[in-house]
Write a protein that binds this ligand. Sequence first.
Ligand code: MN
Length: 486
Amino acid sequence: MRILHTSDWHIGRRFKGVDLAEYQRRALNWLIDVVRREHVDVVCVSGDVYDSPMPSAASVDILDDALTRLSSIVDDAGRPAVDVIVTPGNHDSARKLGFGAHMMRDNVHLRCSIDDIATPVVVTRPRTASPAAADGAPGENGVGGRRGSTAVETLAVYAVPYLDPDIARPTLRAMLTDAHADAASILRSHEGVMGAAMSLIRADIARRRASNPRMRTVMMAHAFVSGANPSDSERSIAVGGVDSVPAAMFAGSGLDYLALGHLHRAQKVTIPQDGRGAGGAGRTPVARYSGSLLAYSFSEGCVPPREGNGKGVVIVDMDDNHADAAEPSIRTLDVESGEPPLVQLRGTPDELLGPLAERHARDWVSVTVVCDAYPHGMYQKIDAAYDHALEKRFDIRRRSRTDGGDRAMANLHEAHSEIDVLKDFVRYTLHRDPTVDETAVLRQAVERTLGETDDGPVKDSAEKSSAAKGSATKTAAGKPAGKGRD
Ligand SMILES: [Mn+2]
């Protein structure tokens, strides 16, 4: 059985104002080609399909097109060759992504409901590797099965949508109660709800393996498994300050492969053996994050920079010729999205406008200018030197060491007026007092800003400001010594 594991498509995502739809379309075209070329049996999309719970019409079109084409791939006999399994992530609306799930083609599985987590998608295929093994246990005639063939291998895919602790807890509690398991102890945490899900899934795996010891298992989950390495483009899912589930939870679960989504960097996750692994059904899975389809933050650029930013999908091969199953074999393939290299550049104005600009003129760059003082016209020069300077920053260094270490940018306690704060800021950044001209500009800006506030036409604000004056008067009256004494 060949599985393609991918996640975090984030269809509809923009990057620093750039629409990524074109690159997402190219990446999915490539993915569909891979599925066809590599004779993939099952495609697992582990969450964050869309970037938003309210995807645009254009985003819905992209997913519709991908699912239609994937599910239309046929084998030599003209039968559907691919099962596509999709689960929602923390960016998706499970309800909306799951719309029409029951009416989809038999080989399209939108698994968006918590009720289904312990009911796997069962995929069967004719056994290919070893014809001699055909005397084994007949596989279940599940979805996508080849009817009439008893020489089948069976894969059970548990599809776990992103489990929000507050939303998932009541449902999981009811499911555990139905299963006569301990339902009282689900903590309000990712560990709590994933632990509950795992206890239901473990029990189901053990039950199915009892009748079909050769059955292979995959679990899709959208979660932050502790020990893994995040990037800058995942949205935090912390609850009570904790955002992760311990990797040890999956030890001895009976799973063969854990297809993770959520973290955008592709990586293997080590599941520690904790002793629970002993016993027939209790194998410990190989676990991986496939990573996102495209790079969605500068922190995901690769070294050396290259098109597609090293994003990949995972190809997992498992045969079931032995009940004492070997570890699945894993390959990763680079996504061909055409996404330009994402590059973070840092240097002096000369470096940035010289050699670095030559090398990275067409890349998508984040530029940090290191200098003593704000160089005149630098924004425009950067834009002239680079086609896509998507981020521009300045790291202004102090000119002399006698300036006094960690001087504050502005001292709000001692400032008497807005202009004092601005003058402090000029001293902090340029290490000198503002000139007369500069002071005039600053004063003008302050007056204009204050004027705009005062001109506010709303009666409310007049009342508020008089109320504020009132309280200020009271405070002053209460502290006749005035400011500076407390
Ligand atoms: Mn994501």
